[in-house]
Design a protein around this ligand. Structure first.
Ligand code: NI
Length: 226
């Protein structure tokens, strides 16, 4: 499932975040690429332990924790600290799959990369190219969203970033280990959750809401790992 989260950050917040990104040092993204990815990756990243990356990362995690749509779609157990990347001057990241497991720096914990998220911090008209292209069972999908919007997609998908041929594309990306490992099960829970929300909005007194909610939580109990 590919899910857009509109306006995770407002345009004022994006301006503020962009200013912080401008103040950070940017290094060759191949520093953090896996063995096979090194040959297809041409972008810039903020060093993972740089204060700007940490502060903006905290800000993103706080916002995610207040965003019901993200929580419903990703059912997060653990989130890897967000990373920041920049593509310009033909920069690209060819087709690749992300590592399945990442250690959380400074902790004994690891994150299984069930769910990938990209937050766009440049508006589409600021650059040419730069679509995030995700291959899923329905074929390829190209994604290029307004600054402040996020896209959530399965960590299991092959994906790439098309070359940026004009301007600069700033983004953050990170991985989430979900309580529910299976994309299909997560999708069904999300659909059920949305249906319950809609029913609750349209018919708040309807007696079936409790029954559906009970089914939702029983499925989550069946399928979740903590
Ligand atoms: Ni990737």
């Amino acid at each position: 499932m590919l899910l857009q989260i509109p306006a995770l950050f407002s345009s004022d917040e994006v301006r503020d975040i962009r200013a912080a990104l401008e103040s950070a040092p940017w290094e060759d993204g191949r520093a953090t690429a896996g063995h096979r990815a090194t040959s297809v990756k041409a972008n810039l990243q903020i060093p993972l332990d740089h204060p700007v990356a940490r502060q903006l990362g905290e800000r993103i995690l706080t916002r995610l924790s207040q965003t019901p749509l993200f929580i419903a779609a990703a059912l997060p157990l653990r989130i890897l600290p967000p990373r920041f990347n920049r593509y310009e001057g033909g920069g690209t990241y060819g087709n690749h799959v992300d590592n399945a497991i990442f250690p959380i720096p400074g902790t004994p914990l690891r994150v299984r990369t069930d769910v990938s998220t990209t937050i766009f911090f440049s508006d589409p008209e600021e650059y040419d190219g730069g679509e995030l292209i995700v291959e899923d069972t329905y074929g390829e999908k190209g994604v290029k969203l307004p600054a402040g919007d996020a896209i959530v997609y399965p960590g299991s998908s092959l994906h790439r970033v098309a070359p940026v041929t004009r301007g600069t594309r700033n983004a953050s990306f990170f991985w989430t280990q979900s309580l529910v490992r299976s994309d299909q099960q997560r999708r069904m829970l999300f659909d059920l959750d949305c249906a319950i929300q809609q029913l609750t909005g349209d018919h708040p007194e309807h007696g079936t809401i409790d029954s559906f909610t009970n089914v939702y939580h029983n499925l989550l109990r069946q399928w979740s790992e903590t």
